[in-house]
Structures are given as C-alpha cells and as structure tokens.
Design a protein around this ligand. Structure first.
Ligand SMILES: NC(=O)c1ccc[n+]([C@@H]2O[C@H](COP(=O)([O-])OP(=O)(O)OC[C@H]3O[C@@H](n4cnc5c(N)ncnc54)[C@H](OP(=O)(O)O)[C@@H]3O)[C@@H](O)[C@H]2O)c1
Length: 174
C-alpha cells in the first residue's frame, strides 16, 4: 500500500484466495515451511524457462544461482535435462553444487558492452595496443579476406553477427 510516500507491508499467517485462484495442495512429503519456500522461485523459473524454450541437452547458465529463483531454476533445469552452470558467491558454492549444478562459477565482474555508449578512442590506447602486439601479448585474428569487388558479400557475412574478430578487404577492414 502506498500512502504519502510510505510503503506498508503485511506478512499474514493466512490468506484468502478465490476458488479459481492459483492454488495447489501441499506436497504430502514436505512441511508447510518447505512447501512455502518453492512457489515464488519455482513458478517464476518455469515461466522464464518456457519463454526461453529451455530443452533437454541445452547448456544453461544461471546467474544468481543461490537466490529464490536460482535455487529453483537449478533443480528445474536439471529436471529438464540441461547442463547447468551456476554463478553465486563463494559461501554458496557448495549449496549450488548440492542442488545439482554441474559447474559453479564464483561471482566475478560481469562486463558488457551492450548499452554502454560508443567507446572513446585515443592515440595513447593505440600505442598501448601497438606495444602489446610487439611483445606478442595481443594477436590479430583475421577470419576471411575479400577483394574489393566482393564487398557486398563481406557485408552480408559480417551482418550475420558471427564473424571472428575481423574480415579484411584490400583497402581496410569491415
Ligand atoms: N520478472 C519477474 O517476474 C521476477 C520475479 C522474481 C524475481 N525477479 C528478479 O530476479 C532476480 C533474483 O530474484 P530472487 O528472488 O532470486 O533474489 P534473491 O533471492 O535475493 O537472490 C539474489 C541472487 O543474486 C545474487 N547476487 C546478489 N548480489 C550479486 C552480485 N553483486 N553479483 C552477482 N550475483 C549477485 C545472489 O547470489 P550470492 O548471494 O551467492 O552472491 C543470489 O543468488 C532479482 O533481480 C529479481 O528482481 C524477477
């Protein structure tokens, strides 16, 4: 409830639901406490698994594997026959393994270039890269070479989004 900037929350012992509400009987083999711990993460994970069309044999990365969603997602992903890699903090590694994750990665830095704007380019950085190349720390990767008259073909290849590093034509790169 929102009123004049305050947020009031209630934690009831019991709640009323309509007959046709989202309801199922408690599993016979677990306590009320155990049963209450699964629906939120479980139903959310199922929803997104369906959205992602998760199928037998796929590899699934669960980032946040130790939380409400993650703990259900690991177990459901294993149920659906996928290979699961869980990401969590060090203290939760054993639990994530116990829940069935095939591999566990401890939280690190997640860096994406999506939505980060255009990179600033400087001579200083270019010189730094030159030096790394001279010492063999950075190597060129050239996927395909196209003569100038085949530029449309080169663009079609690049636009598929799977080129490795660079395609070159004889007067520059694309
Ligand atoms: N779209 C929807 O319908 C919907 C529904 C429910 C939840 N959600 C979203 O799903 C996410 C997870 O929800 P939840 O209920 O599972 O949350 P939760 O129980 O609080 O779990 C949080 C998870 O995030 C991990 N985490 C926390 N800080 C992290 C960091 N700095 N780097 C990497 N991992 C970190 C935690 O792992 P460690 O503690 O092991 O680090 C834990 O696995 C939330 O963003 C929530 O808003 C969306």
């Amino acid at each position: 409830m929102h009123e004049q900037g305050c947020v009031l929350a209630l934690i009831p012992s019991y709640t009323c639901l309509p007959e046709d509400g989202v309801v199922a009987l408690k599993p016979a083999n677990v306590t009320y406490e155990g049963a209450a711990a699964v629906p939120f993460g479980g139903t959310t994970a199922l929803h997104f698994f369906r959205k992602g069309n998760i199928q037998n044999g796929q590899k699934v990365l669960i980032y946040g594997a130790s939380g409400a969603l993650g703990t259900s997602a690991i177990q459901l992903a294993k149920y659906y026959g996928t290979e699961v890699t869980g990401v969590c903090s060090t203290t939760n590694v054993e639990m994530v393994k116990f829940l069935g994750a095939d591999k566990v990665i401890e939280n690190g830095t997640y860096l994406t270039v999506e939505g980060q704007g255009i990179a600033k380019v400087s001579s200083k950085d270019l010189v730094f890269l030159k030096e790394l190349m001279e010492t063999g720390k950075i190597k060129s990767v050239i996927d395909r070479r196209y003569p100038l008259e085949q530029i449309p073909e080169a663009h079609r290849y690049v636009e598929k989004g799977h080129k490795k590093r660079k395609c070159r034509h004889h007067r520059g790169t694309c």
